[in-house]
Design a protein around this ligand. Structure first.
Ligand code: 5GP
Ligand code: ZN
Length: 131
């Protein structure tokens, strides 16, 4: 997808160090294609390539943050924005029947991509407890 020029300089500044080898940084930057669902100056949301439900959207910060575990007080506004974005997408998609938000953290948490992301899953009944 094409990227808005207003994000270009901020993305260039973020695209350093660890982020250069990060899959989701490359998706945010646009060098790896994705299907956009929502975007603004702080977050990007796109369809999961291997969906685990009829609706499976990933919401990520544009800034490279490895995991929820690596956030601090300075990230709290961003974390709230990420969660609020999930709700906004769910409303836009008419998911009033229900959905699940998942954040996998670290090895035992099942995190496979080391760039903080929220999963929005919907379109089928969810089971509990998760695996
Ligand atoms: P995790 O297991 O880290 O919580 O979630 C990573 C998610 O990223 C998985 O659901 C996986 O399907 C998705 N994913 C991995 N590689 C790609 C990719 O190249 N593009 C997209 N859109 N999703 C990906
Ligand atoms: Zn990254």
């Amino acid at each position: 997808m094409s990227r808005s020029p207003r994000f270009a300089s901020a993305q260039a500044a973020m695209y350093t160090g660890l982020a250069m080898s990060c899959l989701f940084c490359k998706i945010v930057e646009g060098s790896i294609p994705s299907t956009a669902v929502y975007q603004d100056d702080r977050v990007y949301a796109f369809s999961d390539i291997n969906p685990k439900a009829p609706v499976h959207v990933l919401v990520v910060p544009r800034e490279h943050i490895s995991s929820l575990h690596d956030t601090d007080r300075e990230h709290r506004a961003l974390l709230g924005h990420l969660l609020g974005t999930v709700a906004e997408i769910a409303r836009q998609k008419g998911l009033g029947k229900g959905y699940r938000v998942v954040v996998n953290i670290g090895e035992d948490g099942g995190q496979t991509v080391d760039h903080l992301h929220l999963h929005l899953l919907a379109g089928r009944p969810m089971t509990w407890p998760p695996g």
